[in-house]
Design a protein around this ligand. Structure first.
Ligand code: SAH
Ligand code: F3S
Length: 454
């Protein structure tokens, strides 16, 4: 085993693919390694260790990572001591294929084994001929007590839940991330307080179905997700709390009331629908019907009229007919999401769908359907953005505009990118929350002017 002394001076470069949970996990790995003496490499060239944190949710993500591994062979050739590691969901999903196609990989580490990274790197630095593997899923691991090495800034992530228990028929996440578990509220509060002390203004709580969060210690009452939010609201310095992704069936009236009541909780929700067809929702085992989804949207909009909504939609799932697809189009036209993340179905080995449902929508049809809804959403988003003109929104400033450094940039409470000229008579800086009256927009950005808060 190497000690901290002999690791010091060594530098790690972590490259991240996939979702925000992966970005947060990369910060966690950075924290684990910093705690044992590693520094951060600014470029791949100066790295002693390169870790690729991977995504397995669609085949394309995995193909990209295989391509990337081929690129990275060059660094291995230039520096035979370099340790190259594959981490995360694809490591868990495709260990054999990785070892087969990229035998020069030194480490393959799954999402529940990041505490072991320093020891794994030590082992790989020695004369290990075979890759060092750790892919045990651990239903108790929530990385309590570890502090992620967060990128400095205004906004940071806290994982409050790991794994997923829903087993939607198309989805690989429960297989590669294991069972759902919540992080103790005391640990979440500790991390958010620490972030406030370090100057973060916004925290985003992460979980695959974050609002199904629950945690209970023996002899104590259970903490649910609404309780957890209420515990974070009083933390001074944190001005805005966001979370992603909630699951439609885990919304309680108490949670909706909490979001409506608390100014600090962002008025933006991501509500993955997947499809507008009741039949497809059932085949996907989403646990809600189309009517229940519509009712949830109505309930949320009634309680929080200012809410912005986004969704995930998948087209071309096994068995999806034109009629099913029309229902999805109808859902999007009716709901008018502010944003939408749109995907083509991609078969994932091990899932229920891969084992039981033929991938029977042609690639051509999947492509046509996807293009259709991308265009539809572009036009809806453009209209939704236009409707912001004339309104005054609270904007958390996070920097200056890329186009003009005399303009400040940030996000509104509804998560819309907003830019406005620096006011002449008042200093406004990143981290401030200010009122901005929206005067114009482009298709993805609001343009406004600073107004004195009432
Ligand atoms: N609970 C998570 C889901 C993670 S996967 C969340 O809501 O963020 C993110 C999205 O990827 C899903 O909502 C779904 O739209 C899409 N997705 C999941 N599995 C997929 C697959 N096999 N093919 C294509 N898209 C998929
Ligand atoms: Fe995947 Fe469904 Fe969980 S989409 S992450 S199995 S909620």
């Amino acid at each position: 085993m190497l000690d901290i002394e002999s690791r010091s001076g060594k530098k790690v470069f972590i490259e991240t693919y996939g979702c925000q949970m992966n970005l947060a996990d990369s910060e966690l790995m950075g924290g684990v390694l910093a705690g044992t003496g590693y520094g951060s490499a600014k470029t791949l060239d100066e790295a002693d260790v390169i870790l690729i944190n991977t995504c397995a949710v669609r085949e394309r993500a995995e193909d990209r990572i295989f391509g990337r591994l081929t690129d990275l062979l060059r660094y291995k050739n230039a520096n035979p001591d370099l340790v190259l590691g594959i981490a995360g969901c694809m490591a868990q999903h495709l260990r054999e294929k990785i070892i087969d196609q990229a035998p020069y990989v030194d480490i393959v580490v799954g999402p529940d084994s990041y505490r072991n990274l320093p020891a794994m790197i030590d082992k790989a630095t020695g004369e290990a001929a075979d890759p060092v593997l750790d892919l045990k899923l651990d239903k108790a691991e929530v990385y309590e007590g570890l502090t992620p090495k967060r990128r400095p800034g205004i906004s940071g992530w806290v994982s409050v839940q790991r794994g997923c228990d829903k087993f939607c028929t198309f989805c690989i996440v429960p297989f590669v991330r294991g069972r759902e578990r919540g992080v103790a509220p005391s640990e979440v509060v500790r991390q958010v307080r620490e972030m406030a002390e370090q100057g973060y203004k916004e925290v985003t709580l992460l979980g695959q179905t974050v609002n199904s969060y629950r945690h209970q210690l023996p002899g104590e009452p259970e903490t649910d997700f609404a309780d957890l939010l209420s515990m974070l609201v009083p933390i001074d310095g944190i001005e805005r709390i966001r979370f992603t992704s909630p699951y439609p069936t885990d919304f309680t009236p108490k949670l909706i009331e909490t979001i409506a009541r608390e100014d600090k909780i962002s008025k933006y929700l991501h509500l993955p629908a997947q499809s507008g067809s009741a039949r497809m929702l059932e085949m996907m085992r989403r646990q809600y019907t189309r009517d229940e989804y519509d009712k949830l949207i109505d309930d949320i909009r009634t309680a929080i009229p200012d809410i912005a909504l986004s969704t995930d939609i998948m087209v071309g799932s096994p068995g999806e007919t034109d009629e099913d697809f029309i229902q999805t189009v109808e859902l999007m036209e009716k709901t008018r999401f502010d944003f939408a993340y749109l995907f083509k179905y991609s078969e994932r080995s091990n899932t229920y769908a891969a084992r039981n449902m033929p991938d029977d929508v042609s690639e051509q049809e999947k492509g046509d359907r996807l293009r259709h809804i991308i265009e539809l959403q572009e036009s809806i988003s453009a209209e939704v953005f236009k409707q912001e003109i004339g309104r005054t929104r609270r904007v958390l400033v996070d920097g200056v505009s890329r186009r003009d450094e005399n303009d400040l940039a940030g996000r509104s409470d509804q998560f819309k990118r907003t830019i406005f000229p620096k006011p002449a008579d008042r200093e406004v800086k990143p981290g401030d929350i200010v009122d901005v009256r929206i005067t114009d927009c482009t298709s993805h950005t609001l343009i406004g002017e600073y107004v004195e808060s009432k």
